[in-house]
Design a protein around this ligand. Structure first.
Ligand code: ARG
Length: 559
């Protein structure tokens, strides 16, 4: 049962929706006063009454029962105490009976969510800047699936543009088939960098010709291009495998080559296209934005043109309920523009397009960036984290079996969690020491808590079910309440496109469990207390694992 909902359903405030009451219910900082609290300050304006009065009146009207045993009004807060015995039995029952599916729902049944994420650029480095889009998108993918949605993960490849002409030109001049085959994306990138440093006007013009050849379907140019694409994808797939990331479609920009013309025609038919200095644009001045460029003066299409075509294609193909674009905030304007253009074209579904914008990641340890030029390759960051995890394990627990496997889970988890822990819009400075700390707000801490729970359970042997009528002590009850909050955390996380809520939830639960673990004996407790605590430990372990797995992080048995 959702206790917040139970309470919210029993409160009526004029002009305030049940949803708002629901989302306003919080855990009070001081558990003496109550288990849930409704701050009444924000209703004061609408009701033209003081928060103190509102809380008092709501209290007088609220009828307590077997679920909510006590209600009080204190300083503008309406506080609720729940029947702890009933809540504990119910929550543990719910977690243990749903196991790996606790918190899953069918809320999304019949609805499709498209998620455009990671969207790598062919032949360009897959660098630290791609970390957030990849892990955010992947977490949202897993989360929406868990909530019953049909999800389509789309890697909108950057595989279109004049740079491919340059690349082929560079390859023709300086490249060697075997070397490129061996060096893969790094070799291709080197060619590209060299072109940009050394190409003269003759080569530039050759490059334009190669681009034209790709476009016109020339066999050789396309073969080289497809080969570069394959090398890039083979490479990034290796990283996706490590991070547990999946896609259903790799339809990139080039896929829309033949799908742009109908959109351009429609823009023209709807009188939205305007000529400006030879180019074709959609004027957005009225909406406070610069024009959206559709065709360059030489007739070439743009990034935006392909995104318009892609939106149409996705709507037609998937009939999405929402289409998310997990792309850094540098592209805020781009998405505002294309969403606006689609709206002006009369598509009511334009409102279902969402730019899930996020901040930048930089490295605290700048040392790495010099090794391979300016770019910090994501692969190097992941490998370094795994290596460091290995050293830490070697130091802390050298007897451990499968150290390599564990280091991989810990290292990869730290990279993902490091990128997801903060509110997504914040810029983050990635620090190896921070993300790998056993004590901080880290995946390592959560994984370690799981190992601790696992160890308790492996020592306990068989144990009986949740004892009836058991009244939990405060430490136990804190864990119970946190467990109860998992389903609503998932719903809020999906609603706000914020996997960080799940990451924070996991740390909170781990902290509460550890407090319980330190304060209360488990294996040496007796009777009902022992049975209850073992069940609580099991439920916590399940929920922590679920939370981490939604973020793409595995949990080692031992650490
Ligand atoms: N490849 C682009 C970049 O690296 C991101 C593409 C995002 N998706 C989109 N539909 N525009 O900037």
């Amino acid at each position: 049962m959702d206790y917040k909902k139970y309470i919210a359903d029993r409160i009526e405030i004029d002009g305030v929706s049940a949803d708002e009451i629901y989302s306003s219910l919080a855990f009070p900082p001081n558990t003496e006063t109550g288990d849930y609290a409704l701050p009444c300050f924000k209703f004061a304006k609408a009701l033209r009454k003081s928060p103190v009065m509102i809380a008092q009146e709501l209290k007088d009207r609220y009828k307590t029962d077997g679920v909510i045993s006590e209600v009080s009004a204190v300083n503008g807060y309406l506080n609720f105490k729940v029947n702890k015995t009933a809540l504990a039995a119910e929550v543990l029952g719910a977690v243990l009976s749903s196991g790996e599916r606790y918190g899953a729902s069918d809320a999304g049944n019949g609805k499709t969510v498209c998620i455009d994420y990671s969207s790598v650029n062919i032949a360009k480095p897959f660098h630290i800047g791609h970390l957030s889009t990849t892990v955010l998108g992947s977490a949202l993918y897993k989360l929406f699936k868990y909530l019953g949605y049909n999800v389509v993960g789309i890697n909108h490849l950057g595989d279109y543009g004049t740079q491919f002409g340059k690349l082929i030109c560079a390859y023709k001049h300086w490249g060697d088939r075997q070397e490129v085959e061996k060096g893969g994306i790094h070799a291709i990138n080197d060619l590209y960098v060299r072109f940009n440093n050394e190409a003269d006007e003759a080569m530039e013009s050759e490059a334009r010709e190669y681009f034209r050849l790709i476009e016109s379907g020339d066999k050789e140019a396309n073969e080289i291009f497809e080969w570069f694409k394959k090398l890039t994808l083979d490479y990034v797939r290796g990283i996706y495998d490590k991070l547990g990331v999946n896609f259903d479609s790799y339809a990139g920009e080039r896929f829309y080559s033949d799908k742009m013309q109908p959109v351009i025609d429609e823009l023209r038919d709807k009188n939205l296209l305007k000529e400006s200095e030879g180019a074709q644009i959609v004027d957005l001045e009225e909406y406070g934005m610069p024009p959206c460029l559709i065709l360059r003066s030489d007739g070439a299409t743009l990034y935006a043109t392909r995104d318009l075509a892609a939106a149409y294609y996705r709507k037609k193909t998937y009939d999405f309920h929402k289409c998310l674009y997990v792309v850094a905030y540098q592209q805020n304007l781009h998405f505002r523009q294309i969403f606006k253009v689609l709206e002006l074209m009369g598509n009511e579904w334009a409102k279902d397009l969402v730019h899930v914008s996020y901040g930048m990641v930089s490295l605290e340890d700048g040392a790495m960036s010099t090794r391979k030029g300016k770019v910090v390759w994501l692969e190097d960051v992941i490998n370094k984290c795994i290596e460091k995890a290995h050293c830490i394990i070697e130091e802390k627990n050298p007897q451990l079996e499968n150290k390599k496997e564990i280091a991989e889970k810990v290292g990869v988890g730290a990279v993902i969690f490091g990128a997801l822990y903060n509110n997504k819009i914040k810029d983050i400075v990635f620090s190896y020491d921070k993300v790998l700390s056993f004590e901080g707000e880290t995946s390592v801490y959560v994984q370690y808590t799981c190992a601790r729970a696992n160890s308790v359970l492996s020592k306990s042997g068989e144990f009986s079910g949740v004892p009836e009528g058991y009244s939990p002590n405060p430490q136990e009850f804190e864990v119970i309440k946190q467990l109860a909050a998992f389903p609503e955390t998932l719903a809020e996380s999906a609603d706000k496109y914020e996997p960080s809520y799940i990451a924070r939830y996991a740390v909170d639960l781990a902290q509460k469990f550890n407090k319980f673990y330190i304060d209360c004996k488990i294996l040496t407790a007796e009777g009902d207390a022992k049975a209850f605590r073992l069940n609580l430990t099991k439920a916590t372990l399940l929920t922590l694992k679920n939370a981490l797995s939604l973020l793409g992080i595995g949990v080692p048995e031992k650490m």
